[in-house]
Ligand binder design. Structure first.
Ligand code: ADP
Length: 536
């Protein structure tokens, strides 16, 4: 910064912009970027697999999250570095499109960068490395196709689907009850799936939760759960063939507003007013009943007097239902939201086969469930757990499992997990690399080495010797020509992942390889970083 004077003697300041910027070029830029991305991948590496560790993250407002879901960890980490953010985007893309494999994809990208750095040190141009990676992905895709198998989930009472869901749940805090949850997830997906068109709309599955009870109390409800109860304890706890009037206007006698003044100078006058109020409200109730409604769901509350009159007139009601839930109820029951009392009519009522109070598991909390609604086959998975962290993590795990099952309903091809698919690809790519002439060969071989890091991480996280486990799996796959041999993380008697039921969907595995390679290619292309010093 320097002070200058113009021709009239007025001072002005020249700020040299370059001073404010930090600039990295060429190999330095590449290395700095690789280091940032690898740091992110390193964080996630220990979370991979059934024995992976959880991370505890505290948000600026003090909320604590405990999770081992890659996408969630990265989202909560609030990374500043632009390249680190690319890794966040990578896991997010995997999460959005597939819903699982979010940790694996970042670990793989980290390993690819590690190998790329070694090649850079050898003096190989980044473009050559990228081309090699691209070629390796092209080799891996048909390999994955050839080792994939179709699972026939119509047979065996959906046993296989359940097994796949359980594999996902294995690595999460909910693994204790993975069998029950696996069943819940499969049932939920099958309830909303359109089997003919092989489509699943996940929006129809509401994932809800409440602190209290045990994880075991988590249940699938074929309908909508509303965390409310009937407004009066003496109202019936169940309404069959419910015709539902959904009100967003107050349902009580009109109250004198504070800005009006009402003078009552005698007991008689007061009583008269009370009678009038009562008559007014009874009239309202009769009008609702006349429309054929057998249940009122109201966004507003009503006072004790109104509540008592509803009970007297045998019109069960639920009050203080939130706006979002009101909308969901309206969509599901095919009813219309009625904002003005005068508009109540038969055509606007919604329908549910049963509306009843239900308790979940061992807790005494009661909630209202609307089942078999008119126009939608919505289901709710209602998660219970000892504290908020558990409920939230269980919801995330269930979401992953739901995504996996959904993927299999839309495309039922699978490959075997536990690093088996990676080892098979790595072997095939290494073999192919020998045939490639020129520098590209190095990139291709590096890709094969990077794939090895997935089984190695799985072994390391399970307390096993990584190199030994990997070489064992590789040798056995080659010897027995069996692409199902993976890392025996659970120390079962077999390391055949088919027998351990460790499945991953083919689509997810393919996407992991493609996306990881794509991000790495992008990072390798950046050779100039101009950073504003003031920004950080
Ligand atoms: P992601 O977020 O990538 O799904 P996970 O922590 O769920 O990460 O770990 C998934 C990895 O763990 C996959 O490679 C999968 O094949 C492997 N895996 C899951 N269960 C087992 C198991 N029982 N034995 C060996 N590997 C397993």
């Amino acid at each position: 910064m320097s002070l200058m004077f113009d021709e009239n003697g007025r001072p002005f300041i020249i700020i040299q912009e370059q001073e404010q910027k930090q600039r990295l070029r060429g190999i330095d830029a590449l290395k700095a970027n690789i280091a940032a991305a690898r740091a992110v991948a390193r964080t996630l590496r220990t979370s991979l697999g059934p024995k992976g560790m959880d991370k505890m993250l505290q948000s600026p407002d003090g909320d604590v999250t405990v999770t081992n879901d890659g996408a969630t960890i990265l989202k909560e980490m609030e990374l500043k570095h632009e390249i680190a953010k690319l890794m966040v985007e990578l896991s997010k893309a995997q999460d959005d499109e597939i819903g699982d494999g979010t940790t694996g994809v970042v670990v793989l990208a980290g390993a690819l960068l590690e190998k790329a750095e070694m090649l850079l040190d050898k003096g190989i141009h980044p473009s050559r490395i990228s081309e090699g990676f691209e070629r390796a992905v092209d080799i891996a895709m048909p390999v994955l196709d050839s080792i994939s198998e179709q699972i026939d989930f119509e047979q065996n009472d959906h046993e296989q689907l359940r097994r796949v869901a359980m594999t996902t749940l294995n690595s999460k805090i909910v693994h204790r009850i993975r069998e029950e949850l696996g069943k819940v997830c499969v049932d939920a997906i099958l309830a909303v799936a359109d089997m003919e068109r092989r489509e699943v709309n996940l929006d129809l599955i509401k994932l809800d939760g409440k602190v209290g009870g045990k994880l075991e109390d988590t249940a699938l409800v074929h309908g909508i759960v509303v965390d409310k109860d009937f407004s009066h304890p003496q109202m019936p706890k169940r309404v069959d063939d419910a015709k539902i009037c959904i009100l967003t206007c107050p349902f009580e006698p009109p109250k004198p507003k504070t800005k009006h003044k009402l003078e009552i100078d005698s007991v008689e006058a007061y009583k008269e007013m009370q009678v009038a109020e009562k008559a007014y409200f009874t009239d309202m109730v009769q009008r609702v009943k006349a429309s054929g409604a057998t249940l009122v769901i109201c966004q507003w509350g009503f006072d004790d007097e109104a509540n008592y009159l509803l009970l007297k007139n045998e019109l069960p009601a639920i009050r203080w239902v939130g706006g979002v839930e009101i909308e969901l109820i309206a969509i599901a029951t095919g009813g219309r939201i009625i904002p003005r009392f005068e508009d109540v009519s038969e055509q606007k009522l919604g329908y549910a086969k049963t509306v009843r109070e239900m308790s979940f598991g061992t807790t005494r909390d009661r909630m209202i469930v609307l089942e078999e609604c008119a126009s939608m086959k919505a289901v709710t998975i209602f998660v219970r757990g000892g504290n908020k962290m558990v409920v939230e993590e269980a919801k995330r795990s269930i979401h992953d499992a739901l995504c996996i099952v959904r993927n299999l309903v839309t495309d039922n091809r699978i490959v075997y997990g536990g690093g088996a698919a990676e080892v098979a690809c790595s072997l095939a790519i290494s073999e192919a690399a020998d045939q490639i002439e020129g520098l590209e060969q190095y990139g291709v071989r590096a890709f094969a080495d990077a794939l090895d890091s997935i089984p190695m991480a799985l072994a390391e996280n399970s307390g096993m010797q990584p190199i030994e486990s990997l070489s064992h799996a590789k040798a056995k796959q080659m010897r027995e020509k069996n692409p199902r041999i993976g890392i025996n993380c659970m120390k079962y008697s077999t390391d055949d992942m088919k027998e351990q039921y460790v499945y991953e969907s083919l689509r997810s595995k393919k996407q992991q390889l493609q996306h990881a390679a794509q991000v790495v290619k992008m990072i390798l292309k950046i050779d100039d970083v101009i950073e504003d010093k003031n920004y950080n």
